[in-house]
Design a protein around this ligand. Structure first.
Ligand SMILES: Nc1ncnc2c1ncn2[C@@H]1O[C@H](COP(=O)(O)OP(=O)(O)OP(=O)(O)O)[C@@H](O)[C@H]1O
Length: 257
């Protein structure tokens, strides 16, 4: 298997409480990989470890053949492992187009280009418009970002992430809080932006996971409970029990007793 991201014994303790425990994760290059699990399973902590927003207590992380365990978030982003920004990172008083342009300028490390020639700005504009087209926001280019409906804001967030030209994208609950229509749009969008890239997503909506993910890792209580395709993990009795909030040992005992 061509693994792009691999963790070994990844562990995070908070004051003696183990939120992520001995997780070994292997993400195949070019796949859409889902990280699921009930509330408090450790998904967000795991995500923060991978993007270096948290430092692990133990274990290692390799990305694209390199040990990134000790790196800073900006360093791993430069290597092409990029997390989608939170909505708060969208500047509400700038237009949709300006938001993407700023992201492009930051990606190239040339924020001082703001007052540069029209030609340079024009190049950013063309690229920004292309990215907006990619995420289906080209007709919204001149709206203020703050005026966008929620689902469109998430699309803008993905456009600003794409500005960094990621090799691998980490999406944190891309459909959280969305209407049905928005969910469908984001699913189509993730599928489109995943072409030629790897995507790892934390997602609560199992219908989205089923429709998008090639491989799914199920976490419970900080540990990997199961891994495989949707059909496989959704049939796993331990996974079913974890989602129903019952202990498989107990339900097994009841079934036999
Ligand atoms: N900074 C922290 N300090 C102490 N405990 C924490 C911290 N961050 C997370 N935890 C605990 O670690 C456990 C896992 O939390 P995490 O947010 O990673 O789970 P999750 O799977 O993302 O849950 P949810 O689906 O509810 O977002 C929880 O019990 C949480 O209370």
């Amino acid at each position: 298997m061509d693994t792009i991201l691999a963790t070994e014994d990844l562990t995070k303790e908070f004051l003696g409480f183990t939120a992520v425990s001995g997780v070994s994760l292997n993400v195949r290059r070019g796949s859409i990989h889902g990280l699921i699990g009930p509330n408090g399973a450790g998904k967000t902590t795991c995500f923060n470890l991978l993007t270096k927003f948290l430092q692990p207590t133990r274990g290692s992380i390799r990305f694209d053949g390199r040990d990134i365990t000790g790196m800073k978030p900006a360093e791993v982003a430069r290597l092409g492992l990029v997390r989608s920004f939170q909505i708060s990172a969208v500047f509400p008083h700038l237009t949709v187009l300006e938001n993407v342009r700023v992201a492009l300028q930051r990606a190239r490390g040339r924020s001082f280009d703001f007052w540069r020639s029209d030609k340079v700005l024009g190049q950013y504009d063309a690229r920004a418009r292309a990215l907006l087209e990619d995420v289906g926001l080209h007709t919204h280019a001149h709206l203020l970002a703050g005026e966008l409906p929620y689902g469109r804001k998430r699309a803008l967030e993905i456009a600003t992430t794409l500005a960094l030209d990621p090799v691998m994208m980490l999406l944190d609950e891309p459909t959280a809080g969305m209407t049905h229509e928005d969910v469908d749009r984001i699913v189509a969008l993730v599928r489109r932006v995943a072409q030629g890239r790897t995507v790892l997503m934390v997602e609560h909506n199992l219908r989205v996971v089923e429709g998008l993910c090639d491989t799914i890792t199920v976490l419970t209580r900080g540990r990997v409970l199961a891994e495989g395709d949707y059909a496989g993990v959704s049939r796993n009795p331990e996974v079913v029990a974890a989602y129903l909030g019952t202990d498989p040992a107990i339900s097994g005992a009841q079934a036999h007793g």
